[in-house]
Write a protein that binds this ligand. Structure first.
Ligand code: UDP
Length: 457
């Protein structure tokens, strides 16, 4: 009879921060590990487990729960970001310890912990059990190198207006092009602490994983790789959109919101090729009412069709009667199957807040971008979209810090048929192909994943 040791598959426990843009890439990475013969368990919060929808494509991943201290409401129940993060740290560490103890005694015993950079305390727990520790960053390498330099005190805060911010591996940035926790230092002290503290114990970690790909961020990856065992393993879109090697991997696998799939796809199918502007601000951004109104009028005035995602919690900000005007030109829904939408032939451009997943999805699926960043890392991602990768343009904020309708309309036209449209299209085609190569057989990310797996023996 084979001994328990002989049949033991390396078992990774995967701990994302409980938000859509963090679970998606970490769950996808888990699927890649399972496809290479590992066992993967997703540790999610009690609240999230009770409120999310699992897709069959995630069936090979076991799900276990820990507690963030807010089992009945999650983040929304906390008094402040500081309150949430402090509770999560205490209760999360205790319940993660209990989970690993249970798995180690009843099986399958855990070999490695892949934890979200937002939860650095998880490394201490991993090391108490002698596990391999891998930090997983869901934001870009560039953004994280800014946070690292802020953590080390190498960027003087608050920033001085007019003085460029210089970080190795990045182009010089205007202060407004840095992440909002840096450019608007003090705006969210709890979140600032969280993003810089990702580096508080990084010297002790075994692996530093990024949902990005080498070719996309070569210089900054090379710089970071001198310090840590950095491996880019993305883009983590489901395999069917990329290399097609993982059967049935058509979806991220977990959704915090219910997508209005049929209405989106039916509506898109009635629209001519590349005639639709897809507009989405992701799962968290809260826009000023005036900003929502300006977007509404910009979309109303454009000659293109539009599909606009306005989450239920944001709907009251729409101008009165905007939804009631029956108009073939536009569709507003609360959540979409974004990958299906972006890969639909009717979609011509993506007006996005530039969350890093959305940017990677646009790059990987070849959709030109109009960046309308709201906060956190989005402004830096938008800078890269326009100036580094050349896959779109950024809409500048006008009076009152709002992107005005005329400006947004101009940006949409620029990307759809303006002077830069052809160049943007060429870049989009180039990056799409490089993204596929990176994750495909023999590609940079693919090799990095192999190496990580081999390292777990
Ligand atoms: N998303 C989706 N449907 C929507 C809007 C967003 O499936 O209507 C997905 C999107 O594909 C992406 C994630 O939600 O994977 C959002 O992550 P991102 O980093 O872009 O933004 P965040 O929500 O973290 O601000």
């Amino acid at each position: 009879m084979a001994s328990e040791e002989k049949v033991h598959k390396a078992h990774v426990l995967v701990l994302p921060y409980p938000a859509q843009g963090h679970i998606n890439p970490m769950l996808q990475f888990s699927k890649r590990l399972v496809a290479r013969g590992l066992r993967a368990t997703l540790a999610t919060t009690v609240h999230l487990a009770a409120t999310t929808l699992l897709h069959p494509s995630a069936a090979a991943i076991a799900v276990e729960t820990i507690s963030d201290g807010f089992d009945h409401g999650g983040y929304a129940q906390a008094k402040s970001p500081e309150d949430y993060l402090a509770q999560f740290r205490t209760t999360g560490a205790q319940t993660l310890t209990q989970l690993i103890t249970r798995l180690n005694s009843s099986g399958p015993r855990v070999d490695a912990l892949i934890y979200d950079g937002f939860l650095p305390w998880a490394l201490d727990v991993a090391q108490q059990f002698g596990l391999v520790g891998a930090i997983f960053f869901t934001q870009s390498c560039a953004v994280n190198n800014i946070y690292y330099h802020a953590y080390e005190g190498l960027i003087r805060l608050p920033l001085s207006e007019g003085r460029p911010v210089l970080v190795p591996g990045l182009p010089p940035l205007e202060p407004w092009e840095t992440p909002s926790f840096v450019s608007d230092y003090g705006s969210y002290p709890g979140f600032y602490e969280m993003v810089v503290n990702q580096f508080s114990n990084i010297e002790k970690v075994d692996w530093v994983l990024f949902n990005s790909f080498y070719e996309l961020e070569e210089e900054v990856v090379d710089w970071m790789a001198q310090k840590w065992k950095v491996r880019t393993i993305g883009p983590t879109l489901p395999s069917m959109y990329m290399d097609k090697q993982l059967q049935d991997d058509t979806d991220y696998g977990i959704s915090l919101f219910k997508p209005e799939t049929t209405s989106c796809l039916n509506w898109l199918s009635t629209k001519p090729t590349k005639s639709v502007i897809y507009v989405s601000f992701g799962s968290m951004a809260e826009l000023e009412t005036e900003q929502v109104e300006e977007i509404a009028w910009a979309l109303n005035e454009t000659t293109y069709n539009f599909l606009w995602i306005v989450r239920a919690s944001e709907k009251s900000k729409l101008p009165e009667n905007f939804l009631e005007c029956p108009n073939e030109k536009g569709l507003v829904v609360t959540w979409s199957p974004q990958l299906e939408v972006l890969s639909h032939e009717s979609v011509g451009c993506f007006v996005t807040h530039c969350g890093f997943n959305s940017v990677l999805e646009a790059v990987s699926l070849g959709v030109p971008v109009v960046g309308v960043p709201v906060w956190t890392d989005q402004g830096t991602n938008a800078k890269y979209v326009e100036d580094v990768w050349g896959v779109g343009v950024r809409a500048r904020k006008g009076e009152g810090g709002i992107v005005r309708r005329g400006n947004l309309g101009k940006c949409i036209n620029e990307v759809m048929r303006g002077q830069r449209a052809e160049e943007i299209k060429r870049n989009v085609v180039k990056w799409k192909s490089l993204a596929k190569e990176a994750i495909g057989e023999g590609g940079s990310s693919n090799k990095n994943i192999d190496e990580f797996v081999a390292g777990l023996g």
